[in-house]
Write a protein that binds this ligand. Structure first.
Ligand code: PXP
Length: 241
């Protein structure tokens, strides 16, 4: 099973100061050193975190799977056709949302998704659709002609008790249906160090795409060292005080 690490949240911290650090490109390098099988970025219409420079630089050096999440708009399709990421995951996008809130509405957007998938595939880019765990959506994905799906695990991640068990079964059934349809089955959203095992144990999953929990842990596990390095500088500058 592959792990794609989403570095958007590094860029979110950078954008808080509109500066240059922390750099998502450097974070991607470290994620790859740590064993990530791929890097995911979501280039949003409003460029609120990842920007065009990040995509360009990552395309230049990531030889593992570079997965570009994007809306199926003309602007984004043109960018993807120019930069040629290894894989594009088409996602719904709303300006005000904190994060991608649900899977694509495949029924409503069938024609535009089909067109985007065709253009990308014709140019050698593997395609995936971010969808809710629903058998109907898996079948529609097959009809749209995509290579893979990414099943939204947000409801599973937020649920407790019996509801969580039911959500897990929905994800498992969706994976099984995707495989029957000859589609690669990925999953992601809301996965963390406590809930990932249940999803990773489901048979047939190709890959998991995880961001927030990994970046959150990195901030905390790196805190002690970051403070120590600042203290060392202070001591070197002013050893007696
Ligand atoms: N997959 C997709 C399509 C997403 O939009 C996101 C969020 O950026 C993720 C996976 C990762 O979700 P999380 O940050 O909750 O791990």
């Amino acid at each position: 099973m592959i792990l794609g690490v989403n570095v958007d949240h590094i860029a979110t911290v950078r954008q808080a100061r509109l500066g240059t650090e922390p750099d998502p490109v450097m974070a991607a390098t470290l994620a790859l050193l740590g064993g990530a099988d791929g890097i995911t970025i979501h280039l949003r219409e409003d460029r609120r975190h990842i920007n065009d420079r990040d995509l360009g630089m990552l395309r230049d050096f990531v030889t593992a799977e570079l997965n570009l999440e994007m809306a199926a708009t003309d602007e984004m399709i043109n960018i993807a056709l120019k930069k040629l990421p290894d894989m594009v995951t088409l996602v719904p996008e709303k300006r005000q949302e904190l994060t991608t809130e649900g899977g694509l509405n495949l029924r409503e957007n069938r024609a535009s998704l089909k067109k985007a998938v065709r253009l990308l595939k014709d140019n050698g880019v593997r395609t995936s659709l971010f969808i809710n765990p629903s058998l109907e959506d898996i079948d529609l994905s097959k009809e749209i002609g995509v290579d893979m799906v990414e099943i939204h695990t947000g409801n599973f991640a937020n649920a407790r008790g019996d509801v969580r068990e039911r959500e897990l079964i929905r994800v498992a059934d969706s994976i099984a249906r995707a495989l029957e349809n000859g589609l690669g089955a990925n999953a992601g959203h809301g996965l963390n160090y406590h809930n990932v095992t249940a999803i990773a144990e489901l048979s047939g999953i190709r890959g998991l795409y995880i961001g927030h929990s990994i970046i959150s842990r990195a901030v905390l596990t790196g805190m002690e060292r970051a403070v120590r390095e600042m203290k060392d500088l202070l001591w070197q500058a002013c050893p007696r005080q």
